[in-house]
Design a protein around this ligand. Structure first.
Ligand code: GLN
Ligand code: ZN
Length: 761
């Protein structure tokens, strides 16, 4: 019998109950017992959903009040000493302080770093690693949850981040010379203890997540996998090593050969590896196939899967398990909660709850033990798929024709940067060290209230537009008073930099409750790109035109770039990602042309997500960068020489992609640099980056007002790396999360810093 399971389930709850409970607790509006009760309730509900769907195990250990990697750090006592008494049991508030610096109890301390989990939009807390660090079982939470699930009568499989991936995700916090693999022995020993305790509780199976196996592993790390699992094989439980997010590639032999009872592989991202895995898998080992997409929201093609997995079923017999490709953490909870989504589109989708049904149904069908209901389910899936294949809402021949007609010249500005810079200088007449901002000004409570009222129908479109114009007028007036050189309209009309564009483009749909955890209590609701993308009408022109009419200073138009829109959406799976990206790029190209025709002299195309789109394997980087850069250029290159194209990126590390950044050929790039003390400019200096740069001079995440001297000093440093004629002065990022009371003095100081700099250079 093919066993059905899931690597993990979303924990936020269909109504984001976890977010609300955790935030109420942080704000002191509820106590820890209430929070714990909500946690227990959600776990019970999610386990029951897995049982109701017909899975053979419930997964325990995927729940977390903040983050599952942080939970493992607490479980193994990997808590930095700045969080106080870390020798005793690590309690919930200590984990909250690690995550956010403070909690209802305990002394505040600097939070741990947070970063993206592999190529997802989920953020984990980075384990801090020190020489000589020891590990011990330091939290009872996991064991309590196991008892809870047993108490409810469920067959349990425990899921935990594996020791090598935990270490891989960590960061060395010590002087050079310390190599984190030194910690492996102690780490494996504590995992051994945990496994023994779980066995004592009656747990038979433990899944150790090892997605690091789909990345380029140095030789020492490959060896470490062998060492670690050779030791863990004596644990009195059965181990499932789970790889996901890509193909095992050169780690295939290693993964297949680990002395554990089962291996999970991702057959959605890397279906072509199945045959090789089947060839390499030792005869004793169970293979868990990740066949249902855990990273996207499309309904599975069960008929096709039944066919393509038939060989695996035959070869493996009882040794086949089925699961989603990865934890369902990365998709929304329940399609059933969508009431406004139109029925045709809804039929094409599956969220976490539906994916459980898909897994269990597919397992039964593969075994030939499907009942009438299973065959009907498969039939319905096939019909939905057929309707999707045929739908004229998805397939717009005109868009395909336009894409096919794109030539290399369309992705190139008419002249090179030096020529453009001369034309732009003459037209814009900017001083040395021109000042600007990144786009947004404070999204005040009033702005958000107006938008809510508009969405609820309490404010009509005309009144809403008038309110937003007032906000724009206010922002323009403030910027003029501050003496900024290039102005922005302030983006009051935008709820979110992707949603705003998605709502106006054809081919996008929006859910009511399609929330996915991003970090801690933060959830995002990514748009769904379901069809060919086009732009029925101009999206930003009237706002920019109005803003420009209020001032003689140049007004920067503001767009979100094609790669970022793609990256922060659920993308259709029936054509390559790059095709969807090109379609978005062409829609934005028309917007650029319209802005230019409306007299806008500078246009910023934000691409903060360009870097996070990088594939997990280096060998695949160049291909991605080629099309990502081309898409940006397709959007931008319609602009005439005299129109200044800006871009903005707010992440660190440009070293390894500096060539691609330069290939974007934006006239100006603004980046986040203040926290790195301008060190991020080194990459630009070494590459002799030829165009203009605005290295952020202050951190917008902090409420502190930056001082003039400090910013002058930073820019002096910048001027050692980039010629002063090519430098701009601006904050690190948009100002929408700040209040005007902070923004005004901060920008006043920034403008003053630019004046000081002009005298010096
Ligand atoms: N223009 C956007 C803003 O200022 C850019 C945001 C971002 O880079 N994430 O808000
Ligand atoms: Zn930014």
């Amino acid at each position: 019998m093919t066993l059905a399971h899931t690597l993990g389930y979303p924990r936020i709850g269909a109504g984001r109950e976890l977010k609300k409970a955790v935030e109420a607790y942080w704000q002191g509006e509820s106590d820890q017992a209430t929070l714990q009760a909500t946690g227990a309730e959600l776990r019970a509900r999610h386990w029951q959903a897995q049982r109701d769907a017909g899975l053979d195990f419930v997964t325990v250990g995927d729940f977390a009040f903040y983050d599952q990697v942080l939970n493992v750090s607490a479980l193994i006592g990997a808590v930095p000493p700045r969080f106080g008494d870390v020798a005793g049991a690590i309690d919930l508030d200590t984990t909250f302080r690690m995550a956010r610096g403070r909690a209802p109890t305990g002394t505040p301390a600097a939070a741990c770093e947070m970063t993206k989990y592999f190529d997802t939009n989920y953020h984990y807390l980075v384990p801090e690693l020190q020489p000589g660090q020891t590990f011990r079982v330091a939290s009872e939470q996991l064991f309590r949850e196991v008892d809870e699930a047993h108490g409810a009568g469920h067959p349990v499989k425990v899921a935990l981040t594996g020791p090598l991936t935990w270490l891989w995700l960590g960061k060395e916090k010590a002087a050079a010379g310390f190599e984190r693999l030194e910690l492996l022995d102690g780490l494996v020993a504590v995992y051994g203890e945990i496994l023994a305790r779980l066995a004592g509780q009656g747990v038979e199976w433990v899944q150790l997540d090892e997605p690091a196996l789909v990345q380029d592993l140095p030789r020492a790390w490959q060896q470490a996998y062998e060492t670690a699992y050779n030791k863990l094989q004596s644990a009195p439980v059965k181990l499932l090593v789970a790889s996901y997010f890509g193909e095992l590639g050169d780690n295939l032999n290693l993964a297949a050969g680990l002395p554990v009872d089962a291996l999970h592989v991702d057959c959605v991202r890397a279906p072509e590896q199945l045959e090789r895995v089947l060839d390499r898998l030792p005869a004793y080992k169970i293979l868990s196939l990740g066949a249902i997409d855990g990273r996207n929201i499309w309904r599975a093609d069960l008929a096709a899967l039944r066919e393509s997995l038939a060989t695996a079923r035959m070869r493996l017999g009882e040794r086949l398990w089925l699961a989603p490709s990865c934890s369902l953490l990365h998709v929304p909870v329940d399609l059933g909660a969508e009431t406004r989504l139109d029925p045709e589109l809804k039929r094409w989708l599956a969220f976490a709850r539906q994916k459980l049904d898909e897994v269990a149904t597919l397992a039964r069908l593969l075994d030939g033990r499907g009942e009438a209901a299973d065959h009907a389910y498969l039939q319905a899936a096939s019909e939905a798929l057929e309707s999707r294949r045929q739908s004229t809402r998805i397939h717009k021949p005109a868009i395909g024709e336009r894409l096919a007609a794109v030539s290399a010249a369309d992705a190139r500005r008419p002249s090179g940067y030096p020529q453009r810079a001369r034309t732009q200088r003459a037209r814009l007449d900017l001083p040395l060290f021109p000042t600007t901002t990144i786009g947004s000004f404070p999204q005040t409570g009033e702005i958000r209230a107006a938008r809510r009222a508009f969405k609820r129908g309490e404010l009509d479109a005309a009144a809403y537009e008038a309110r937003m114009r007032e906000e724009i007028a206010f922002a323009v007036e403030r910027q003029q008073a501050l003496g900024l050189d290039m102005l922005v309209h302030g983006e009051p009309e935008r709820n979110d930099m992707v949603e705003y564009f998605g709502e106006q483009l054809d081919g996008f749909a929006f859910t009511d409750n399609g929330w996915v955890q991003s970090y801690g209590s933060r959830c995002v609701k990514p748009p769904v790109i379901f069809g060919d993308v086009s732009r029925p009408a101009a999206m930003t022109v009237r706002w920019s035109e109005y803003a420009q009419s209020l001032t003689d200073k140049p007004m920067k138009g503001m767009l979100t770039g094609p790669v970022t829109i793609l990256q922060w959406s659920f993308v259709r799976d029936d054509q390559p990602r790059e095709t969807s990206c090109r379609q978005i790029a062409l829609a934005l190209r028309d917007e650029v042309a319209d802005l230019e025709a409306a007299g806008i002299q500078a246009i910023q195309i934000d691409e903060p997500a360009l870097r996070e789109g990088l594939p997990l394997r280096r060998a695949h980087w160049q291909r991605y960068l080629d099309w990502a850069v081309e898409c940006f250029q397709l959007s931008a290159a319609v602009a005439r020489d005299e129109t200044q194209i800006h871009t903005h990126m707010c992440y660190s590390e440009f070293n390894d992609i500096i060539e691609a950044i330069a290939a974007l050929d934006a006239d100006v790039i603004t980046i986040e640099t203040s926290r790195s003390d301008m060190e991020l400019l080194d990459a630009f200096q070494e590459f002799a980056y030829p165009n203009e740069i605005g290295p952020g001079v202050y951190d917008i995440h902090s409420p502190n007002i930056p001082q003039v001297d400090w910013m002058v000093q930073l820019m002096d440093k910048a001027a050692e790396k980039v010629p002063a004629e090519r430098l701009w002065v601006n904050p690190d990022c948009g100002l929408k999360t700040r209040g005007w009371a902070e923004v005004e003095p901060a920008l006043a100081n920034m403008v003053e810093a630019a004046r000081v700099l002009r005298k010096r250079h």
